[in-house]
Design a protein around this ligand. Sequence first.
Ligand code: NI
Length: 175
Amino acid sequence: MAARKVLRMGHPILQEPSAEITKFNTAGLDSLIQDLFDTMRVEDGAGIAAPQIGVLKRVVIFGVEGDNPRYPGRGYVPTTILINPVITPLDREMDDNWEGCLSVPGMRGLVPRYTRVHYRGYDQKGRLIERDAEGFHARVVQHECDHLDGVLYPQRIRDMTQFGFKEELQTKMGC
Ligand code: NI
């Protein structure tokens, strides 16, 4: 169990759809989740998806508790293991906000996401998780679940002038 290398945009694995987990409560699944947590913490991520460490399985983790230096002041997201997730928008409203991704290091982009979503999935023991989420929490879940369908956030950007290196975008990002 250890932090793993994060694949970067362009690697073909990041463009592949991931497979559902069919067996819960296994040593292999527990060790995958431990590696995801170790990797997310080393990289200060708000979340990470299994394909980012080269595993094409429908497993994501996320959580922002306290101050994350990559996402200052963006709000609380409960630490969650989510397997075989399904996201349903609660209405049509979307908003734009800045995102980064451990697979797109040093970059930020302005991405539209549903403001309010319902999500459901399972934890590592196979227990059902069902929640409504909004704002940053809803955004993080949508971003991580996109990875399971081979989609990275730059593919969702509508205006490519709102994509670039974090240091160069600081004025636009307002921080
Ligand atoms: Ni990402």
